[in-house]
Design a protein around this ligand. Structure first.
Ligand code: FAD
Length: 398
């Protein structure tokens, strides 16, 4: 007799989405996290520095699961346009949601509020149980179940164990699943800034020789910045007095939104790519950053994780409906195949783009400038890219 069908380790964006998709279909799911569950931000509470561009297809899924309406309006801002340009060439490109008949491309969303909204919705579902703070101590895979021991000595039995425990994934490590790491040699400096001119619901990114600088629109009219650069440069920028930082930031962004008029807290986050050798094992599946980590320049990491959660939930629900065991490796293989074929090209494209945009050689600069302009003028290719940016090309959301 199992305590639940599925135990998810990690209650972040991807773990909580999987828990919600399963519990919404009546599947008994337990989720544990070493951190206490976050609560929804109180009105007027300052926005956290960590935000993510959640694409339209993921927003739609979260809407259907009843979590999206619980994200406070102050913590999410829709964007309808993406503008990208290159500091070292004439290349630029613009994507508009109207080109593919969509009202928005996605929403810049506070991570903390999204996780809290997922938890608030989960608390309404009788099939879901949250253990937090709690840690997994060890587990044993048997022919028909997994037995998990928690740090406090409790034992739980389930048919499938899911690692949604982030890039460092202790679960992935303990399961002996290797991972190829990609050191981008970069850190991201993040923070929120006020600008002289309105953001006009546009996500903007300028490619500098040291890495991309993004300005993402927030609900209160400010922009969230993600400035990817070398680690020493990120530390230097973080230590600058606010006035000097705002001047340097304005120049780096070519003053596209006029002067920077205010800056809040700044944080520096090291960036490192990762791809797990396998997404599944006996009675084990990995989702989200535990399976793959991409550079933030494409704003896709959380979206790919939400896609993993949707795909795995669908497979588990279908297996249970047809009386199959959701933890068997043959049940889990289609999840790995589907998500690898979706995620790997994205990971490789992002790594390639990163190399292309940080390459200093003049012929490459000219090539990427010409390439960006050519794509900008090729309506069918642009429509394809805009569809992909919205997540509408990812089968998991269909
Ligand atoms: C600067 C930056 C900007 C980004 N911008 C975007 C963006 O615009 N769009 C986008 O889609 N993505 C973006 N991302 C990526 C996105 O933030 C991540 O892909 C996403 O947050 C990963 O979610 P996750 O739930 O898989 O993992 P995490 O958020 O890492 O969650 C893991 C959870 O597991 C828990 N945990 C860990 N170990 C244990 C343990 N041993 N026991 C119990 N619990 C444990 C942790 O407490 C945590 O709650 C960005 C990333 C960065 C760094």
């Amino acid at each position: 007799m199992s305590d639940c069908e599925v135990l998810i380790v990690g209650a972040g964006i991807t773990g909580a989405t999987l828990a919600l998709a399963l519990a919404d279909a009546g599947v008994a799911v337990t989720m544990l996290d070493r951190e206490a569950a976050p609560s929804l931000p109180a009105p007027g509470q300052p926005l956290d520095v960590r935000v993510s561009a959640i694409h339209a297809a993921a927003v739609d899924l979260l809407e259907r699961l009843g979590a999206w309406p619980l994200v406070p309006a102050a913590c999410r801002a829709p964007f309808g346009h993406i503008q990208v340009w290159d500091a070292a060439s004439v290349g630029s490109i613009r994507f508009d949601s109207a080109e593919i008949g969509q009202p928005w491309l996605g929403s810049i969303t506070e991570n903390r509020a999204l996780v809290a909204a997922l938890h608030a919705r989960l608390a309404e579902l009788p099939a879901a149980r949250l253990l937090a703070p709690a840690v997994l101590d060890d587990w044993e895979v048997r022919a028909d179940r997994v037995i998990v021991r928690l740090g406090d000595g409790r034992e739980l039995t389930m048919r499938l164990l899911v690692g949604a425990d982030g890039a460092a994934s202790p679960l992935r490590l303990r399961a002996g699943i290797g991972a190829a790491a990609d050191d981008f040699g970069q850190c991201a400096l993040v923070g929120h800034v006020a600008t002289e001119r309105p953001h006009a619901h546009t996500a903007r990114q300028r490619f500098l020789p040291t890495g991309p600088l993004a300005f993402l629109p927030l609900a209160d009219g400010r922009c969230s910045i993600v400035w990817s650069t070398t680690p020493p440069e990120a530390q230097r920028l973080a230590a600058l007095p606010a006035g000097e930082f705002m001047l340097e930031l304005g120049q780096a962004f070519e003053h596209r939104l006029g002067q920077i008029t205010a800056i809040g807290e700044r944080a520096v986050i090291p960036l490192r790519g990762l791809e797990a050798a396998r997404y599944v094992g006996p009675r084990l599946a990995l989702i989200g950053d535990a399976a793959h980590v991409v550079h933030p320049m494409a704003g896709l990491g959380a979206n790919l994780g939400i896609g993993d959660a949707a795909a795995l939930a669908r497979l588990v629900i279908a297996a249970l409906h047809s009386g199959r065991d959701p933890g068997l490796i043959q049940t889990l293989r289609p999840y790995e195949r589907a998500r690898r074929s979706q995620n790997l090209p994205v990971v490789q494209a992002i790594v390639g783009l990163h190399r292309l945009f940080t390459a200093g050689a003049a012929p490459l600069r000219a090539l990427r400038g010409a390439g960006l302009l050519a794509v900008d003028r090729a309506a069918p290719i642009k429509r394809l890219l805009t569809t992909a940016a919205c997540g509408l090309a990812d089968g998991a959301f269909g």
